[in-house]
Design a protein around this ligand. Sequence first.
Ligand code: PMP
Length: 414
Amino acid sequence: MLNPRIIRRDFPILAENNIVYLDNAATSQRPIQVIRAIEEFYKTYNANIHRGLYWLSQKASELYEESHRVVAGLINADWREIVFVKNATEAINLAMISWGLKNVGPGDEILVTVMEHHSNILPWYTLAEIRGARIRVVDVDDEGRLDKADLEQKISRRTKLVAITHVSNVTGVVNDVEEITGIAHDHGARILVDAAQSVPHMPVDVKKIGADFICFSGHKMLGPTGIGVLYISEDVIENNEIDPVISGGGAVKQVRISGGRLRVERPRHPWSLEPGTPNIAGAIGLMEAVKYLEKVGLREIMDHERRLTKYFFEKIGEEDLDQYIRIVGPKNPWGRAGIISFTLGEMDPHATAALLDSMGIAVRSGYHCAQPLHERLGFPRGSVRASFYLYNTAWEIDMLVQAIKNIVQKRWSR
Ligand code: PMP
């Protein structure tokens, strides 16, 4: 069984700060192995990739390419299906620009859900504006779980894309993306799965899910900021559905002028979508992060976070806090990831988070970039979110529950 106390030793920030860090859905901390890999790159073999014949450049190039392979291995993809970008948001925008502009036209429909992060709504909204397409929003039930009947009712032959999150960054609800992919494909639609909150926390197998696009961010999975991933399935690539609309040096094989005309030959994927000097250090750091996660085991991590979530709900019950705490989404620990959003009575979420901060606990407050979901579930002022990762301990959950109890006692027990 995963032992967070041993894992914590690899995270310098956790040793240096007396903080209970429960904002992992926003960004994770980085282990020393990742920090060292980046340091080593800059100290010993920094060079631009794909451009130099000297050994420094070759080593940097090899590791940059190796990183595509390692990331592909994590999600059971082929390395040619992996495009490095800045973050999950950029990945979705790249899918929109390179696939959407080519394949979505007037009258076409794009399905999103109420539980999406704004990053999986706005790019599609922009595309719909540009192309004269229509966005349809699939509802959730009162617990925040996807309303499948509504999905089946709204999807049709006009649907060109279903854009859906794997795990909600507010409720921790896990969508059955394998089944939803089946439904999308039955209607001739492509599907993009926002895996920003799943790939870091559980085994994800793109072949099993069968989705066409998958995106995630390095910084939420022990890697550095500034590196993210867009997976584009071989099927989409082979079907010639991608336009290399962002292009330039590095994303081209030959540029020749012959007979006064420009002739351009593009390289194969993923290089045709990675123009310019990429985030080499980021890719090297991400590779190290993936190796770290694989060493610990994604199933172990998932189970650990589920144990912490269950423990939180048990403690809240034991301490009789149920009547003061309102959970966003399912009121029980089952079938959800290690993300719990809540409010305390009528207290403003920011005020609650500030009080928790004064007790050494770092949580997030507000809409967590998911305003439609908060409004749908009756939390118009947002919520406080605690989110767990592999280094969090049961003791930290005790601290959180104790802090909530202190706030409740001060405010309501007069
Ligand atoms: N999707 C989901 C589900 C997320 O939780 C986040 C980050 N909060 C994003 C997309 C965007 O990730 P990034 O800010 O790294 O682009």
